[in-house]
Design a protein around this ligand. Sequence first.
Ligand code: URA
Length: 240
Amino acid sequence: MTMRLDRLLSELGVATRSELRGIIRSGRVSVDGAAVTAPEKRVDPETQRVCLDGEELRYRQYRYFLMDKPAGVLSVTEDRKQQTVLDLLPPALRRLGLFPVGRLDKDTSGLLLLTNDGDFAHRVISPRSGVEKRYRAEVEGIPDEEDVRAFRAGIVLGDGTRCLPAQLEITGGSVCFVTVMEGKYHQVKRMLAARGKPVRALRRLSVGALTIPESLAAGEVSELGEADLCKVLREYLIGK
Ligand code: URA
């Protein structure tokens, strides 16, 4: 399948489409070893070798990013009034068709995956995959051993919905850690509220064995490689 050179470089997140025209015209891009200065030149990313400043660019249909989502931002792809996680992305990444893997509430911060791979997203979200999501919660009151047992047995929410067994780690104070394998609407808040411990602040710390790199600032993204994806879904393979 061929595509325009400027579109390919834009999808690779090299720069925005308008910046790319300048980059290509200046002769910094080569295809199969020959400099190409026409942005509209058609190339086949599967079979041709495209280089920028002599470095090969590998085309990947599917991309995966980890964001440290700040509180106050919506985890949807667009909203007419409020800022979304896609608004926080650098312009070159906004055109990749990324969407959040599941939702974090507006006031929840922490690890949010973004991808354009629907199959991956589906598997991470599905309780059947058993991917654990771990949260740090600050609550009103002090969670105790009785709460731990209730989480282990499966909390029944205010509307009668029964949750899968989950893990509650207590600290002796108002901070606790919750690990769940499913993602019902406002799940962690509703589970703690069902125990009379309403949540004041919530942050997602990990998805599977994937955690937020210390070097990542709030609102920034870091691209994930195959090893990172295997931390989320052990059997996951890129290039399916
Ligand atoms: N559970 C919640 O209640 N809120 C979130 O954002 C995530 C899990």
